[in-house]
Design a protein around this ligand. Structure first.
Ligand code: NAD
Length: 502
């Protein structure tokens, strides 16, 4: 395995024709721990100024017809297609996800551009039956204002695009506070967006801005009265801090927080299919997806066929440099993540689990890189550690006897993001999808819980925060609704039959 991440970052910036930024906040590649660049941390005053500029941009942008707004997003999609390779590579370099996943993340940006372009002609309101003669009632959707986006390290560019592409066609301006662990990809995305703005010609300045930094910069965005919608993706801990602050000023939030995703493997499951789905969902992105499979409930009838096979896969899955072909699992983001994984495995042992894997790999090649063998842990039942999201590749496996019992255990988790069942029994599948089934925002049959398409609304319940992004009608969160009643008669009949004779 060879590492050249600092040199590769410089050459990617050159390929993207972007000046490498500089400043006090370092970005280190998890591939080898090397510093690959730096950016300047935004002060509270910088964030305030950015929001004020964004508000001015919004005031102009809101009156541009939505299909014209869609044209800007279409042009951005063209730029992304041109630069997919280099941007995807940079995503891999800064997050440590394998190149296929880095490219996939940029594809997701392109897909949401296409979706948003279509949406720009479909921001429909309703016409509503009115009880009053000579009247018409309808609802209209208007732009909302400035959208603040706070994103997590693990999807450093797609999450912004899910929010921003919808926000732009909805007539809003965006201020983005990316993760302090992945600032360079944000610089690149902003530069590519500005390229689209230049091709577009007459967009207002400052429609999209980036403010860099950690929690402090995020708080300045959270507390700003002119941020009409704060869309925050990250841990439940972060959401607990952010949500009350925004509520205090009656702002709107869209929260995409932690997950602790489960899968049920029933007696009739296609085990070959399940095995592939489990592996991708549990070890892909080194277990650092919000939708990563963390809890597996296997029926006693198939347990001894499936679990030994998973153990074999876990022991042999290729862990290494994510930029090299053949690698399926790259490094953890940093040392803190490695330590959290070791602590969780210790707790799992204390709570009766049998742990396989979890040890550090390739430590001799670089001090600052944290590669691990994915861990598979057979648990006697659902103990406290399994109900906690540890952002690392740990799969807890539990045996069950009756579907009701598995669903109840599944729903015991405080988080409610993604779930799935593998079964060929239609009664079981429909039960899992029903009101009495999985309580998650994403509920799948015969595919894993991770790797959502942008066409559906994405998000989850309970401690996942309740927000919905991306497809379906998620766009409504980025707009304000006005109910309009128009009287075209010569009378003034009052609603509820009220007689108010003067
Ligand atoms: P994190 O919570 O540490 O940080 C996320 C972002 O929030 C960062 O930009 C950080 O600077 C900012 N932040 C932290 N505290 C803040 C505060 N008090 N005020 C304002 N901003 C603050 O999360 P992370 O380690 O980057 O990402 C991993 C977590 O994100 C996991 O829990 C994962 O499940 C979750 N996640 C959820 C989704 C989803 O769609 N539900 C998607 C990706 C990641």
């Amino acid at each position: 395995m060879t590492f050249h991440s600092a040199a590769e970052a410089a050459s990617l910036f050159a390929r993207l024709r972007i000046d490498a930024p500089g400043g006090d906040l370092d970005s280190c590649s998890p591939i080898d721990g090397a510093r690959i660049g730096s950016v300047r941390t935004a002060s509270a005053a910088d964030v305030d100024a950015a929001v004020e500029r964004a508000h001015v941009a919004y005031l102009a942008w809101r009156s541009v017809p939505p299909p014209r707004r869609g044209e800007l997003v279409r042009l951005f999609g063209v730029v992304l297609r041109e630069e997919k390779e280099a941007l995807g590579h940079l995503v891999s370099l800064e997050t440590g996800k394998i190149l296929q996943e880095g490219l996939g993340e940029v594809q997701e940006m392109i897909d949401i551009c296409d979706f948003a372009v279509g949406l720009s002609r479909q921001l429909y309101g309703l016409t509503i039956a009115t009880e009053r003669p000579g009247h018409r009632m309808m609802e209209t959707w208007h732009p909302l204002g400035v959208v603040g986006v706070i994103s997590a390290f693990n999807f450093p560019v797609a999450v912004w695009a899910w929010n921003a592409c919808l926000a732009f066609v909805c007539g809003d301006a965006v201020v983005w506070k990316p993760s302090e662990k992945t600032p360079l990809t944000a610089v690149a995305v902003q530069a590519l967006f500005e390229r689209a703005v230049a091709r577009f010609g007459d967009a207002p300045a400052d429609l999209s801005q980036v403010v860099q930094g950690g929690r402090e910069s995020g708080v300045a965005l959270v507390d700003h009265a002119k941020v009409a919608l704060l869309s925050a993706t990250g841990s439940t801990r972060m959401g607990r801090e952010v949500a009350p602050r925004v509520a205090e000023r009656f702002g709107r939030t869209l929260l995409e927080l932690g997950g602790n995703n489960g899968m049920v493997v029933a007696p009739t499951a296609d085990l070959a299919l399940a095995e592939r789905a489990i592996t991708f969902a549990a070890v892909g992105t080194a277990g650092q997806r919000c939708t990563t499979l963390r809890r597996l409930f296997v029926h006693g009838d198939v347990y001894d066929r499936l679990v030994p096979r998973l153990r074999q896969i876990w022991a042999s899955v290729a862990v290494g440099n994510p930029l090299e072909e053949g690698t399926l699992v790259g490094p953890l983001i940093d040392r803190g993540s490695f330590e959290a994984m070791q602590a969780a495995l210790g707790r799992a042992r204390d709570e009766g689990g049998t742990v396989q894997g979890g040890e550090r790999l390739h430590a001799e090649l670089s001090d600052g890189a944290y590669y691990v063998r994915p861990a598979i842990v057979e648990m006697p039942g659902q103990t406290p550690v399994t109900l906690t999201e540890t952002f690392a590749p740990i799969l807890y496996v539990m045996r069950y006897a009756a579907l009701d019992e598995a669903i109840a255990a599944h729903n015991d988790a405080p988080q409610g993001l993604a779930s799935s069942i593998f079964t060929n029994d239609i009664r079981e599948a429909e039960t899992f999808l029903s009101a009495a089934g999985s309580d998650c925002g994403i509920v799948n049959v015969n595919i894993g819980p991770s790797g959502a398409e942008i066409g559906g609304a994405f998000g989850g319940e309970k401690e996942t925060g309740g927000g919905r992004e991306s497809g379906s009608d998620a766009w409504r969160t980025y707009m304000r609704r006005a109910t309009n009643t128009i009287n075209y008669s010569r009378d003034l009949p009052l609603a509820q039959g009220i007689n108010f004779n003067m």
